[in-house]
Design a protein around this ligand. Structure first.
Ligand code: NAG
Ligand code: NAG
Ligand code: NAG
Ligand code: NAG
Ligand code: NAG
Length: 426
């Protein structure tokens, strides 16, 4: 670990990359190790700590091992307190840029008002998101819908200018029609509207719905059944960046959170064509398919499998906490060539976003984890607590949902989310 605050680097900056010859007590060269891209202390901005994988490869017989990946304490072999950036690879620094920060911008100790479905609307500089549906501090259950909330980022900008530390900008709840029940996934804007995946509540169906981001926040439901059968509880949704078709995941979290009945369909990924109205399955074989994202060229799909988490039914660390990558079969959009993309050390990977360079961001048990397109862990936006999802909010800015808190991160101005230029016809 190297901190700007001045702990000693493992290798001098001229040793990049350096072949270290480690010589045993017998004088035999037994290992040659590349210290790849070890940055010097001076290169690291404030709030960035470099964690060299070699520094924790061996914890030893009296090592401080974690019991599992399910809860805090999460992996933090540094002296820094969250929030801060853990860099595992030099390439993380170009994502962060020269003046990165991560700051708390809004909070409510009693209410998980900021769980999922983040959507940034550039026209009004607002971020929309949903409160926790059925979970801890969610203020929602079988008898009570969750909420879609928004924060005005212009107010956040003004507040941040006024002080160096935490700010606390208030959020506003949207008054939505009864059709929108237990919102959990979101993307867009698409056709100028927010696209939500709603889990349904009781007998009220799960659905995909467009919501106008301006008062009176009118709603258009796009899909609420599979050939007459209700979905279990739709979890997350993305629009394919080239075709405009809508892909979404269905899992029984509504059942595991006691607001939906027993699952009646297997856990799988669907494609909805808003032009023809046709719906089909494009991938199965998951434990619990959850977050979804595409690469900018639309050729690679990512699905986060949150098999570890059964929500109110408990957790099982031997199940998947895995992001899978797929190719899209061009004639059918079926997900083929499934491979492991990444496995998180911190509970589950939940919501997924991809930037214009192909880096993949996942909301995990300890914050946001970032991999390059090859699945190499570059770094973490380390919160020490769960983030279910995050969204780019303009060039070089990300808003991170963390249940009772929302954070804003400043990144390199070249770090940005995919532009969704497709229009859907419905
Ligand atoms: C922000 O305000 C909410 C109440 O509106 C409160 O629960 C929370 O503790 C405040 N956060 C901070 C950091 O003061
Ligand atoms: C956001 O806040 C700014 C500053 O208070 C205000 O001028 C603007 O009208 C607000 N935007 C919306 C959409 O309410
Ligand atoms: C919310 O909208 C409904 C109609 O959709 C209306 O009857 C109700 O008064 C509104 N509530 C608030 C607080 O604006
Ligand atoms: C909301 O209503 C306006 C005005 O009728 C319409 O243009 C817009 O498409 C509607 N949006 C949604 C998401 O239903
Ligand atoms: C955990 O999951 C594994 C794999 O599905 C299963 O074999 C095992 O019984 C589960 N353990 C518990 C305690 O449920």
């Amino acid at each position: 670990m190297i901190t700007k605050a001045g702990s000693k680097p493992l290798a001098p900056s001229w040793a990049t990359p350096t072949v270290l010859m480690l010589i045993s007590s017998f004088g035999v060269v037994f290992l040659a190790v590349y210290v790849l891209g070890q940055p010097s202390t001076a290169e690291l901005p404030d709030q960035v700590v470099f964690v060299n994988p070699r520094s924790y490869a061996v914890l030893g017989t009296n090592g401080n091992f974690r019991p599992n990946g399910l809860s805090a304490p999460f992996f933090n072999p540094t002296n820094s307190s969250p929030p801060f950036f853990q860099a595992f690879d030099r390439d993380f620094l170009s994502i962060l840029g020269p003046n990165p920060y991560i700051r708390e911008m809004s909070s409510n100790d009693a209410y998980a008002f900021a769980h999922e479905a983040p959507i940034y609307v550039q026209a009004t500089n607002e971020i929309f998101f949903a409160s926790n549906a059925g979970g801890a501090k969610g203020n929602s259950n079988l008898d009570r819908n969750n909420a879609v909330n928004k924060i005005n980022l212009t107010e956040v900008e003004l507040a941040l200018e006024g002080t160096g530390g935490v700010v606390n900008v208030s959020f506003t709840e949207l008054n939505l029609s009864e059709e929108v029940q237990m919102t959990n996934g979101g993307t867009g804007p698409i056709n100028g509207a927010l696209l939500f995946a709603n889990e349904g509540r009781g007998s009220l169906p799960a659905n995909l719905a467009l919501v106008d981001p301006h008062p009176p926040y009118n709603v258009t439901v796009l899909l609420d059944n599979f050939f007459g059968r209700q979905f279990n509880s739709l979890n997350d949704v993305k629009v394919h960046p080239k075709s405009g078709k809508i892909f979404f995941t269905d899992v029984p979290y509504g059942y595991y959170q006691h607001f939906r009945s027993e699952p009646m369909l297997q856990n799988q990924v669907y494609r909805f064509d808003p032009v023809t109205g046709a719906v089909r399955v494009v991938a199965d074989g998951f434990d619990k398919p959850n977050g979804i994202a595409f690469s900018g060229d639309g050729k690679t799909a990512y699905i986060a499998d949150t098999g570890v988490s059964l929500a109110l039914f408990g957790a099982n660390a031997t199940r998947p906490a895995t992001i899978y990558a797929f190719d899209l079969e061009p004639s059918s959009d079926a997900f083929v060539n499934r491979r492991v993309f990444a496995y998180t050390d911190a509970k589950i990977p939940d919501g997924l976003q991809v930037d214009t360079k192909g880096n993949v961001y996942a909301g995990c048990g300890d914050g946001v984890q970032v991999w390059n397109k090859k699945g190499k862990l570059l770094g973490k936006f380390f919160l020490g607590s769960t983030s279910a999802n995050m969204a780019f909010a303009g060039d070089g800015r990300m808003v991170i949902l963390a249940e009772t808190k929302v954070f804003v991160a400043q990144l390199a101005s070249s770090t940005r989310g995919l532009k969704l230029d497709v229009k859907i016809r419905s």
